[in-house]
Design a protein around this ligand. Structure first.
Ligand code: UD1
Length: 384
């Protein structure tokens, strides 16, 4: 473990709350950035712990740069491994950090292994340290217990003292699991805080122009869920479907390390050759690419939300989504399941027909760039 040299302190005199914020994997970084900024602006002390679940420069450092994230105060350097090894590694490394810092709050975000690992450490030290746990992005449910993220979500929500929800549909999910109403607060979507904050910088970036692509003249795809990429047959179907879409317009695929390793292992270079494969992108490059796309095909949770906020048509390559608001109020639609080339082609045709939606026409409630401010207010309220 490496330890940062300085603890961050709010600029307005005495810090009145000490909040430890955990980030582990790529989708966490966009969620913690606005929370740390809002803590700082309100004069509270934020402590950033990076578990090191993601460690490649392109999966981690690039995001710290683009999102203007400070150096972590603690870096646990846990890295990859089986679920048990990774989760246990985070727990073992996080326990002494929590004991040393003894914060008022541990804030965990999203649904990755680092999220559940740190919540589990904190819940066991609750009495001893007087620490409380807040879960940002609480209450999302795919109802698919085969997904590691669903296990992480349900267990984290069960352990949290304060459940901060991104959309109205999350609360009934929590209530149906017996979580008391007084622990649940609707705060909106903190990922959209980052999107709105970074949009002008992403526009300056013009990554599509760099690739020689014209606005509305290409599709963007991402693929990394174990259920899509870990078995040769399913990965071949997904890549063939993208290949079929690429016969009409270029499909840009920023390739996740898990997918790259599997495609190489299964000998699927030909399928990749049909696509415009680029390495994992930084945040601004990705947003710049999304904004110019005619359609996005993805199995990521974050992209379903970002396309909804930007008004870009999206086809989700999964059996179900834990983010139904992106379908009912946004621009997302589910590809027919199980995935097939024809099914994906049909969904893309429908998405293109529906076209872009004016992002100014109002998205889901609380996706307004102010979720982090509301989160900090709820944390402060919770320790009074
Ligand atoms: C994790 C999250 C997933 C999230 C995704 C975003 C869990 C259970 N899953 O999945 O919810 O959507 O992050 O990317 O927490 N690897 C590298 N470099 C890295 C990180 C990973 O090469 O910096 C490779 C390793 O071979 C590793 C594999 O990718 O074994 C998978 O990484 P891991 O963190 O286990 O899960 P993700 O698939 O990234």
């Amino acid at each position: 473990m490496t330890e940062g040299s300085s603890e961050r302190q709010g600029g307005q005199g005495q810090a009145n709350m000490k909040v430890l914020v955990v980030a582990g994997a790529r989708p966490n970084f966009m969620k913690v950035a606005p929370i740390l900024r809002a803590l700082d602006a309100a004069g509270h002390q934020g402590i950033l712990v990076h578990t090191g679940q993601h460690y490649d420069a392109r999966m981690s450092d690039a995001f710290f740069r683009d999102l203007e994230l400070p150096e972590p105060d603690f870096h646990l350097e846990v890295g990859s491994g089986s679920h048990a090894r990774q989760t246990a590694g985070v727990m073992e490394a996080f326990e002494p950090v929590l004991q040393e810092t003894a914060p008022d709050w541990v804030v965990v975000v999203g649904d990755v292994n680092s999220t559940v690992a740190c919540a589990l450490v904190a819940v066991k030290l609750k009495e001893e340290l007087g620490v409380r746990i807040a879960h940002v992005e609480a209450g999302l449910r795919s109802h698919d217990w085969r997904m590691p993220e669903e296990v992480n979500r349900v267990l984290t929500d069960r352990m949290a003292d304060l459940l901060l929800t991104p959309s109205r549909g999350a609360e009934p999910n929590l209530l149906s699991e017996g979580i008391p109403e007084e622990r649940i607060r609707f705060v909106g979507n903190v990922m959209i805080d980052t999107l709105l904050h970074q949009l002008p910088r992403a526009r300056d970036r013009d990554y599509p122009g760099e690739l020689g692509l014209e606005r509305d003249g290409y599709a963007v795809a991402t693929l990394h869920r174990p259920s899509n990429v870990d078995e040769p047959e399913t990965l071949r179907t997904a890549l063939s479907a993208l290949g079929a879409v690429a016969r009409e317009r270029p499909v840009v695929l920023p390739l996740h390390p898990r997918t790259r390793k599997n495609a190489e292992r299964f000998g699927m270079e030909d399928e990749l050759d049909a696509l415009t494969v680029v390495p994992p992108l930084g945040y601004r490059e990705m947003v710049s690419l999304l904004e110019g796309a005619a359609v996005v095909l993805t199995d990521s949770g974050g992209l379903q939300e970002e396309t909804t906020a930007l008004g870009i048509p999206c086809v989700t390559l999964r059996e179900q989504t834990e983010r139904p608001v992106t379908v009912t109020e946004g621009t997302n639609r589910m590809a027919p399941w199980p995935l097939s080339v024809e099914g994906v082609e049909g969904a893309v045709a429908e998405a293109l027909k529906a076209g872009r939606r004016d992002p100014g026409s109002g998205g889901p409630e609380g996706w307004d760039g102010k979720a982090a401010e509301r989160i900090v207010l709820e944390l402060a309220e919770g320790i009074r």
